[in-house]
Ligand binder design. Structure first.
Ligand SMILES: [Zn+2]
Length: 143
């Protein structure tokens, strides 16, 4: 991957979401998970919405996902924003409603399809200690 980091407005990182934005430093996509019922929680919260447990841990997932929906943006909304780019919602394989709004990179935007298998990669903003999870086509075999 190119070392050139594109323009991006970065998230505010705090105690509750640092597992998510720092995970890429170790190449891991991390979420909160309920230690009682196993449900992944995203975005971060203080209470499991399924079983109301506060017993929440941080866990890495495989980083494998599929594209649920997407749009190709051609409009340069602000200076420095390179177009076209793909804005997508992907669904992690671990849980149907574990979804991330992200960019699809490493392929021609015209090749992107709904249902396409993708895997996580990270865009490093080391000075700000933020690793943005992005997704790229996954050529590997899946069960
Ligand atoms: Zn739970």
């Amino acid at each position: 991957m190119s070392t050139e980091v594109p323009f991006r407005i970065l998230p505010r990182v705090g105690k509750r979401n640092e597992h998510y934005w720092h995970g890429g430093r170790d190449g891991e996509l991390r979420f909160q998970r309920c230690a009682d019922c196993g449900y992944y929680l995203h975005p971060p919260t203080v209470l499991c919405p399924l079983c109301h447990s506060k017993n929440i841990v941080i866990e890495a997932v495989s980083g494998k996902a599929e594209i649920l929906t997407f749009t190709i943006n051609y409009q340069p909304w602000m200076p420095g924003l390179e177009v076209p780019f793909v804005l997508a919602v992907v669904r992690c394989l671990e849980q149907d409603d574990l979804r991330i709004t992200t960019n699809i990179v490493g392929c021609d935007p015209e090749e992107v399809k709904i249902g396409m298998p993708v895997k996580v990669i990270f865009e490093a903003h080391e000075d700000e200690e933020v690793w943005i999870p992005l997704f790229t086509p996954d050529e590997s075999e899946r069960p």
